[in-house]
Design a protein around this ligand. Structure first.
Ligand code: NAD
Length: 503
């Protein structure tokens, strides 16, 4: 698609959802007169607007498309056109579109459908917890309110700092939270004024395309420009690479394992990398052990341990280890003691080299895993516990299944030291159960994770039973932390010289 095609497309759309009003015509910026190169998109807008009467946005339903394109090239081209159109929508329009997306995914029947589809298609997680996660994404992802304006005033005038759109964002999404990430990223990225091209994991193709389609239908009903949220009909590594390498993409956001995070960070573009974790839980002798046990089992078993923030190994002070394990058993943990069965479990759930999980068992139910060992566990079993030593692969590697190793240590300082070691500098998530403020502070300082949950299940860090908003893109490697609209925006300064200051 060349500039003329884009200009024509913009013109067509503007004529459909605009009406003539003499007083509110947005003026296209004239071509640059500064000698600097002008933004080609501005030139295209100017051309399109020249064919239009003065306009203001009114809501007339557009033709609903699915947002899925046969090629990445077409998907990006459509998102580029949408970005040009989106710049002419008001903040009120943006807020309406975001509210519309929230409304779609707060409907129980839709939540049930996408949660079921995700479990069936990926073979991972459980419907009930995915329902909770999808609802959380719709409800607690920040919108426009996240884009606070900074102001400085003084004798020299008034200076504003505003969060402004980056442009077209390429977002690469994981198989573990396929729908949650699309809902969450769409809200945050659109709130900041961007359009977005998703490249989902091929193993979550159908449900990802369905979520994108639902978003597109709702946005069309609300009179939004078409194709603000798009994807490809056949997600693949090749398509992801095409997205990463396309010059029309202004920002890349990758939510996934180390390989994709490294790839986007090496792309030469602005990149946000939300990578792997291996969250340790430390329990010391001052903890409320009954509560700690309940919280650990709940956090570890949530969506069968798929969330990157979920408890992956317990490090407990020897003095209280027996009682903690006893309480965890009462809360739905099954303690596997037989060394032969433990060895079989290891062979089953680790990959051939023993360097990570066997994908076939990622996100599987604890009882299902035990059944493969010939163990018939009680129906309320949520987690498989194994007592082991600190170098065991279950401790060292991120498994993403409800297999929870427990390591005993002599004291809390040793526990903190080991937690730092097994977190591998991911700067992701850690959890600690203790009432000793000094040791809680010590752990927070030493482990340097993006999320540190004290005396609660890991998901409290995502705003479930803990204060704060939610995200499904936790950017440890690139430092944005719990991403929200402002992470997907550029900081721009607007300076009025010697005026508008009122003191
Ligand atoms: P994954 O890395 O296999 O895939 C993530 C995405 O990257 C997919 O779209 C996939 O197609 C793409 N991809 C992967 N390798 C690629 C390559 N070499 N070239 C091009 N594209 C590539 O991860 P997953 O199994 O889908 O998700 C689980 C991982 O993601 C875990 O490590 C988990 O901790 C992490 N995760 C992190 C967060 C976070 O917010 N930090 C959130 C969810 C998941």
């Amino acid at each position: 698609m060349n500039d003329n095609d884009i200009a024509q497309a913009v013109s067509n759309v503007l004529s459909k959802y605009t009406k003539t009003t003499p007083d509110v015509a947005p003026q296209a910026k004239p071509a640059a007169t500064t000698g600097q190169e002008s933004d080609p998109l501005d030139a295209i807008i100017a051309k399109a607007l020249a064919q239009q009467p003065a306009i203001s946005v009114v809501r007339e339903p557009m033709t609903a498309g699915s947002g899925a394109f046969a090629t990445m090239d077409e998907a990006i081209a459509a998102a580029v056109v949408a970005q040009v159109q989106y710049r002419h929508c008001s903040m009120h329009d943006r807020a309406t579109f975001i509210q519309g997306i929230r409304e779609v995914f707060l409907q129980d029947d839709i939540l049930r459908t996408i949660s079921r589809m995700a479990v069936e298609e990926t073979g991972m997680g459980n419907i009930e917890d995915k329902f909770t996660k999808n609802r959380l994404a719709a409800l607690k992802t920040p919108g426009l309110e996240d884009l606070t304006t900074g102001a400085l005033s003084g004798d020299n005038g008034l200076t504003l700092t505003e969060y402004s759109a980056y442009g077209v964002i390429g977002s690469i999404t994981p198989t573990t939270n396929p729908t949650e990430t699309i809902i969450n990223n769409s809200i945050g990225m659109l709130a900041a004024g961007n359009t977005v091209v998703f490249s989902p994991h091929p193993r979550s193709r159908n449900v990802s395309l369905y979520v994108v389609e639902l978003i597109n239908h709702k946005l069309a009903d609300l009179g939004a420009p078409a194709n603000m949220v798009v994807t490809v009909t056949q997600p693949s590594i090749d398509n992801t690479n095409a997205l990463i390498n396309d010059s029309r993409i202004n920002m890349l956001v990758a939510t996934g394992g180390p390989a994709i995070v490294k790839t986007v960070m090496s792309s030469g573009k602005k990149a946000i990398g939300a990578g792997a974790g291996n969250p340790p839980v430390v329990v010391d002798e001052t903890a409320d052990l009954e509560k700690a046990a309940r919280d650990i089992v709940k956090g570890c078993s949530f969506d069968n341990n798929l969330p990157c923030i979920a408890e992956k190994e317990v490090i407990v002070v020897n003095q209280v280890a027996d009682y903690l394990i006893h309480c965890m058993k009462k809360s739905g943990a099954y303690l596997l003691c037989d060394p032969k069965l433990i060895q079989q479990l290891q062979t089953l759930v680790l990959n051939e080299k023993g360097t990570g999980p066997n994908t076939a068992f990622v996100g599987k139910d604890a009882r299902y895993i035990l059944q493969q060992l010939g163990v018939n566990a009680p129906s309320d079993t949520k987690v498989i516990l194994i007592e082991t030593e600190k170098h065991h692969p279950f401790v060292v590697h991120e498994l993403m299944m409800p297999v929870l190793p427990v390591v005993r240590v002599d004291n809390v300082d040793e526990a903190i030291e080991l937690a730092v070691q097994v977190e591998h500098g991911n700067r992701h998530t850690a959890i600690m159960h203790s009432t000793n403020v000094d040791k809680l502070t010590k752990m927070a300082r030493q482990i340097q994770t993006t999320i540190f949950v004290k005396n609660g299940p890991s998901y409290a860090g995502l705003g479930v039973g803990g204060e704060g908003y939610t995200t499904f893109t936790i950017a440890g490697p690139t430092g944005e932390g719990l991403t929200s609209a402002r992470a997907f925006a550029r900081n721009r300064r607007c300076v009025m010289v010697e005026a508008l200051n009122v003191r």
